[in-house]
Ligand binder design. Structure first.
Ligand code: GUN
Ligand code: ZN
Length: 434
């Protein structure tokens, strides 16, 4: 017996993945006239409208989104909420950009009221573009984490976030210490990890801004709290790579710095991964860590081109990500647009289905959360988006002429943005509508 008042249904095209389209012929299901049934915030069924609708309890509200496409909510595997206000700030490369814009902007998050206000705007923006889960960098201030999770829990969202650790090579006003950073992190893990839908990420910013002592303590926390996340940046920019080589001469590679401190493990997510070698890629794969691929950021800062083919050859888990504020859009559709072009410039090819996979189930697998989010599988948390192939005159004109699902999805990826998101749902609740 279930309480029928909590059952809801949506009629639309349904797209969901059960495998990686790059490695499986039968990776997705597509139901043109589908019905998604949600009970108590979880997916109860996703199938043909014609066979399922008779099973609905009498009086179940059915939202008619015919002509639109429901997919699992997008997952952004690397984004900085405090950098919302400095998106689109010009600088000649990563290191000057950090100095000129990032550090001064992050300073303001010492003020909890400011942090709370930016967190609200940031979450509005995520939901507007159909992103229902993100792996989020806060600032060095523990109160920036409290502000973020307070805001995301009020909306019932599944979010992963953490306090940045940095105790050197940064302005005094953003510096913690190895001991204080570790203490704050542990306290935040106890406060937020697995509280409601929140999950905690241990967050050393990147190797240059942590002393060996801080890296050691962060690695210890990563070992002690195995089911937390760990996020950082690796091999983004060539000047940064040279700097790391000088700071950690004993390490075999930039990634090896993190490896030596025990930071490669399931739920470790490494941003960028551009200047890796084969041994690095093999380590990411073997340890069930993952790469967060940030094409709009990498093109914007001129960091380099992620190698999808080599990543696939190594069997690396990977997910698409915006990396706002270096990323130039919150939209995972716009992120796919740029990912497609990055792949082309490396001589490879990303079909639209693969890109949608990398923003949904592929990302959930990278986060080891595919038993809860990333697809419309029965029992999953009902986080989903409604895509509108006719959102703009140009999209409508192109998708009317599409001969396949692949062409419709490709047009959405190349031409779509927040306008293509008709609605966003989290736990079966509407959290955005256009
Ligand atoms: N490396 C260290 N910090 C950052 C950051 O905030 N953004 C990017 N893109 N790279 C980084
Ligand atoms: Zn980043």
């Amino acid at each position: 017996m279930h309480n029928t008042s909590t059952v809801q249904a949506w009629r639309a095209g349904l797209l969901t993945f059960h495998a990686d389209p790059a490695f499986s012929e039968n990776a997705h299901s597509w139901i043109e006239d589908g019905l998604l049934i949600v009970a108590d915030g979880k997916v109860q069924a996703a199938g043909d409208w014609s066979t399922l609708h008779a099973s609905l309890p009498p009086g179940t509200p059915v939202t008619d989104w015919r002509g639109k496409i429901i997919t699992a909510g997008f997952i952004d595997a690397h984004v900085h909420y405090p950098q919302t206000d400095m998106i689109a700030s010009p600088a000649p490369g990563l290191l000057p950009w950090l100095e000129q814009y990032t550090f001064p902007t992050e300073r303001a998050f010492a003020d909890p009221a400011h942090a709370a206000q930016v967190a609200e705007f940031f979450l509005d923006e995520l939901l507007r573009v159909g992103t229902t889960t993100a792996l989020v960098y806060c600032t060095v201030h523990p109160q920036s984490v409290d502000a973020f999770f307070t805001a995301s829990e009020a909306r019932g969202l599944r979010m992963i976030a953490g306090k940045v650790l940095m105790d050197r090579h940064c302005p005094d006003f953003l510096c913690d210490t190895a001991e204080q950073g570790a203490r704050d992190t542990e306290e935040l893990i106890r406060r937020w990890h697995k509280h409601e839908r929140s999950l905690y990420a241990i967050t050393p910013r990147f190797a240059p801004t942590s002393t060996e002592e801080q890296m050691h303590l962060a690695g210890e926390l990563a070992r002690r709290y195995q089911d937390t996340y760990l996020q950082t940046h690796v091999s983004e920019n060539e000047d940064e790579c040279k700097w790391v080589k000088a700071l950690y001469p004993q390490a075999r590679s930039y990634l090896d710095v993190y490896d030596r401190y025990g930071m490669l493990r399931p739920r470790a997510v490494f941003g960028h991964c551009i200047w890796l070698d084969d041994e690095d890629r093999a380590r990411i794969a073997a340890t069930q860590s993952a790469a967060a691929v940030c094409p709009t950021s990498n093109l914007f800062l001129g960091s380099g081109l992620f190698d999808f083919e080599e990543a696939d050859r190594a069997g690396m888990r990977m997910a698409l990500a915006t990396d706002v504020g270096a990323g130039t859009s919150f939209s995972m559709l716009q992120t796919m647009n740029e990912a497609y072009k990055v792949a082309r410039l490396k001589g490879s090819y990303l079909p639209a289905l693969r890109m949608f996979y990398l923003a949904t189930l592929g990302a959930a697998r990278s986060l080891h959360l595919d038993d809860r989010i990333g697809s419309l599988a029965a029992g999953n948390e009902a986080d989903f988006v409604v895509l509108d192939p006719r959102a703009t005159p140009l999209l409508a004109r192109r998708t009317e002429r599409a001969d396949s699902l692949e062409e419709v999805l490709f047009a959405l990826a190349l031409l779509g943005d927040d306008r293509a998101i008709a609605a966003t749902y989290s736990g079966g609740r509407q959290v955005h509508v256009r």
